[in-house]
Design a protein around this ligand. Structure first.
Ligand SMILES: [Fe+2]
Length: 354
């Protein structure tokens, strides 16, 4: 199984994972052989990539901390909670909404504790219309994994998860035309978007069962360590660890997600981009924990090697993520196998989107 761009899939490719629509309902099941009609339907649903089993990737599978069904369920919870307040004035989060979020966070925490040696693969199971909900669920998963890696206790991790899941809830109060605008934003529009942090915090005012830790995450997740964030331009010493965790996971997940107006970055490129361009605004220690919990080259990833060859990852080396076992591909055929842990003269130069 490997992730393939919708522009490169071919009739006959079998889906390696199910695909879901904008109501979190099954659109096409795992195992379905793609036809021109299905490919058309996927494109119309704004789906950029799908997992397929083709000749190159047959039999390759990866483990994940959070199974697809639970992830889809979590996206659906966010969707219901966010939709419930969209376009309604003066409404705050309902008690049922808060309970639904707590339940799914607890379920995911259980999985994080029981699959503690498994890395997280950011899977693409739905289209870009679901970006906000999918992003919220993934930032919650990443933030909980990072919080656990940092050694925080489970009550703390739960609060981080809830705050992370709700971090962008204030966006539901901002017009879609502004949120999804492809062209450059005007100063006023940018100012409006920035208000989502305080708008989100206000939405949670009445929800007494949401902890101050989760609320702070919603209010402060765009603060930066150089004092240039918003809404309060806090100095680094005033930005707590739970906020710093969500800030990094938020930026990282946004970079690796397909949007209606731009293609995603690969995981390795996104991590490198954050390191090169934004690390001075972020917490370095948390960044290193993020690298530890994310699967950078899941089995099935096509990579370019320093030799100029392309290869497909056939087995991960969990202790040294950047040195997996790779099978070289020549003329669309599988060639020799290289264990990058044994052959230190060769390294991965980049992930190849195909
Ligand atoms: Fe945000």
């Amino acid at each position: 199984m490997r992730l393939k761009s919708i522009n490169h899939v071919e009739p006959g490719d079998a889906l390696g994972k199910a695909v879901y629509d904008d109501k979190c309902q099954l659109l096409l099941a795992r195992g379905v052989a793609l036809t021109d009609g299905y490919i058309d339907r996927l494109k119309k649903s704004n789906i950029h990539c799908v997992y397929v089993n083709d000749e190159l990737s047959e039999g390759l599978e990866f483990d994940n901390v959070i199974p697809d069904e639970v992830k889809v369920q979590s996206v659906n919870v966010v969707r219901n909670v966010f939709k419930d307040i969209t376009g309604r004035k003066g409404v705050s989060l309902s008690n049922e909404g808060v309970e639904a979020i707590k339940d799914i966070i607890d379920e995911m925490m259980g999985l994080i504790y029981s699959n503690k040696d498994t890395l997280y693969v950011m899977t693409e199971l739905m289209g870009t219309d679901m970006y906000t909900y999918n992003h919220s669920a993934e930032v919650a998963i990443l933030a909980m994994l990072v919080a656990k890696s940092l050694g925080l206790n489970n009550q703390y991790i739960q609060k981080v998860g809830i705050g992370a899941m709700l971090h962008d809830i204030g966006k539901m109060k901002i017009p879609n035309e502004v949120l999804n605008k492809v062209d450059t934003l005007s100063d006023d529009e940018f100012k409006l978007i920035k208000e989502h942090a305080s708008l989100g915090y206000d939405l949670l005012k009445e929800s007494l069962t949401i902890s101050p830790i989760s609320r702070q995450i919603v209010l402060l997740h765009h603060e930066k360590l150089d004092g240039k964030g918003y809404p309060m331009m806090l100095d680094s010493e005033d930005i707590p660890i739970h906020v710093r965790i969500v800030t990094i996971c938020d930026i990282f997940n946004a970079l690796v997600s397909n949007r209606a107006y731009r293609e995603k970055m690969s995981v390795d490129t996104a991590l490198e981009t954050i390191r090169a361009e934004a690390i001075y605004q972020l917490d370095r220690e948390i960044y290193y924990h993020l690298i530890k919990v994310v699967n950078i080259y899941p089995v099935g990833t096509i990579v370019e090697l320093s030799t100029g060859d392309r290869g497909i990852v056939i087995k991960e080396n969990k202790e040294a993520q950047t040195r997996p076992i790779v099978q070289v591909i020549r003329e669309q055929k599988k060639a020799e196998i290289i264990n990058l842990l044994n052959d230190l003269t060769i390294f991965i130069t980049k992930t190849v989107e195909s």
